[in-house]
Write a protein that binds this ligand. Structure first.
Ligand SMILES: Cc1cc2nc3c(=O)[nH]c(=O)nc-3n(C[C@H](O)[C@H](O)[C@H](O)COP(=O)(O)OP(=O)(O)OC[C@H]3O[C@@H](n4cnc5c(N)ncnc54)[C@H](O)[C@@H]3O)c2cc1C
Length: 502
């Protein structure tokens, strides 16, 4: 059992040394020594005094193992990661973030940064290190006149959409409403409106950042524009963003969308038709296709649809796809954007186990279609294959205008495995093995990948190549803003001092 240090001697020390009451109260729940993992992987012990100082210096909470709220706070969306940080600093403002970062830097701790907690690779939580937890920072302020939003890093997409849509405005983001805006934006941000308005990061016009030395830096077109460039797709490499400023766009709240499902017999032809049809659609149309196995039915194709222009125009645009083969489920209808954004929430519920591999596609070529159908024809297929649509406004931005290099990608290929009970090791092994084998067969069709869908076992070389010609500039930024690689749990761009090693 851990020894507690709060005793008469602590009070006596407080009265003689003039420590604040806050520090005394903070000391009440701190164990004598806390083992922590440093960024070099070594274990050291923090003294109670160190940790008491940290706790006394923040406005939010410091959560340690065994304390109320700790087990809840260490959970992230992907239940496959059951990690136990030594310290979770639940920040409520930029000052807390600065304090947590300075503390981590001073003690050379392993640091994870958590926004919405949806990291597929589990990197927003770590074993033995310090988590800068931003999930309590929830404010969204919409300026309906200037069409701007200021959003804190704990905000989820559904929360942001709700506020912006109240004013008939939107910024493009993802496709599942419980995803965090922070991590999504920093890695790029593809969603139902990105073909029309660009990536989420293309609409990021300013950010408040706490850099690795605990300093506040403003990033905008006017101040530190190089940093803004890096935050637009370069992920969490350069600091902790405590506020995001986005450009907003007016949209009608009623859109046209939902899903279509094609029978197992029609799926091969429907997928081939889809490949040509979806290659040439208006920017207002978002259309993806997934091959999934449905119990008692077999392998089917399901399309997710959102048309953000006029409803009647959407009906006309989708007609050829509906007419080519009659869907066995046709759930396209006029609906609100907010409803569409929440339509995938249950299927991607938090707490289950997930594993994903992904890569960009230039086209849906016949060889890829045939290989994907053959894989999903197998009754033991333990996951889904998704063809996620990009293009449109995303591809009209130059590759070196932001950190996102692969602007010409038409789609992403996603290979997904999931299992209900994250502690079921058999289900996990079956799912992950299927996904890895499937990926091995399909990876040759891909070129680069989206860093926000990185898997825990993706090799670092992939990160380097996906940033393409932007990589050297990202390294320069890293050297400037995080020369010791404090922020390494991400799609890491190591500073040159490490010789390129994460
Ligand atoms: C169910 C689901 C649906 C998804 N759908 C989409 C989609 O439609 N489109 C899309 O583009 N992506 C999508 N993604 C991927 C998503 O963009 C990433 O998982 C993203 O990292 C989530 O952000 P978060 O804040 O929730 O994640 P977190 O797990 O909190 O953070 C992920 C990483 O982002 C960095 N980070 C987070 N916040 C900050 C901050 N404030 N400052 C600095 N670094 C920070 C850290 O490196 C952290 O490790 C989806 C993911 C899931 C799980």
């Amino acid at each position: 059992m851990k020894r507690r240090t709060f005793c008469a001697s602590t009070l006596a020390l407080a009265s003689t040394s003039g420590l604040s009451l806050k520090r005394v109260l903070a000391a009440a729940s701190i164990p004598a020594g806390i083992p922590v993992i440093r960024s070099d992987g070594k274990q050291v012990t923090l003294t109670a005094s160190d940790v008491t100082d940290l706790k006394g210096g923040i406005r939010g909470e410091l959560l340690l193992a065994g304390q109320t709220g700790y087990d809840q706070a260490r959970k992230i969306w992907n239940g496959a990661f059951d990690r136990r940080p030594a310290l979770i600093v639940r920040c409520v403002g930029a000052a807390d973030v600065s304090q947590a970062v300075a503390f981590a830097r001073a003690h050379n701790l392993l640091v994870a940064v958590r926004g919405g907690g949806h990291s597929l690779s589990g990197q927003s939580v770590c074993d033995g290190g310090l988590v800068v937890d931003l999930s309590a920072m929830k404010s969204v302020h919409i300026d309906p006149i200037a069409h701007l939003a200021r959003v804190e890093p704990g905000v989820l997409l559904g929360e942001f959409d709700r506020e912006a849509q109240f004013f008939g405005l939107v910024t493009p983001a993802g496709t599942v409403s419980h995803t965090g805006a922070a991590g999504l934006t920093l890695g790029g941000g593809y969603g139902r409106l990105t073909r029309r308005f660009g990536l989420a990061c293309d609409n990021l016009i300013g950010a408040d950042v706490i850099t690795a030395d605990g300093r506040y830096v403003r990033a905008s077109e006017q101040e530190n524009p190089d940093l803004l460039w890096g935050l637009r797709g370069g992920g969490g490499n350069f600091g902790v963003v405590t506020a995001f400023e986005y450009r907003l766009h007016p949209v009608a709240s009623m859109m046209y969308g939902g899903h279509l499902m094609f029978s197992p017999e029609d799926t091969p032809d429907a997928l081939r038709f889809f490949a040509g049809f979806a290659a040439d659609t208006p920017d207002e149309l978002y259309l993806d296709a997934a091959l999934v196995r449905v119990p008692n039915l077999g392998r089917v194709m399901v399309c997710d649809v959102c048309y953000s222009g006029a409803v009647q125009q959407g009906e006309r645009v989708l007609e050829p796809l509906r007419r080519f083969r009659k869907p066995i489920q046709d759930a396209l209808a006029p609906t609100t954007y907010v409803t569409l954004q929440a339509s995938g929430d249950v299927a991607s519920a938090a707490g289950r186990g997930y594993y994903e591999r992904s890569g960009f596609l230039h086209s849906l070529e016949p060889g890829l279609i045939d290989a994907s159908l053959a894989i999903m024809d197998e009754p033991q297929a333990a996951g889904d294959i998704v063809f996620w649509q990009h293009g449109g406004a995303v591809s009209r931005v130059k590759p070196d205008a932001t950190a996102v290099w692969h602007r010409d990608a038409a789609r992403s290929l996603l290979v997904d495995a999931d299992w209900d009970d994250p502690h079921d090791e058999h289900a996990r092994d079956v799912g992950m093995q299927w996904a890895r084998e499937t990926w091995h067969k399909l990876e040759p069709f891909t070129d680069g990948f989206y860093v926000n869908t990185m898997a825990g076992d993706d090799p670092h070389q992939r990160v380097r190549s996906t940033y393409g010609g932007n990589y050297p500039r990202l390294v320069k930024l890293k050297d400037r803003y995080d020369p010791t690689n404090l922020f390494r749990l991400n799609a890491n761009v190591p500073p040159s001092s490490t010789g390129g090693r994460s």
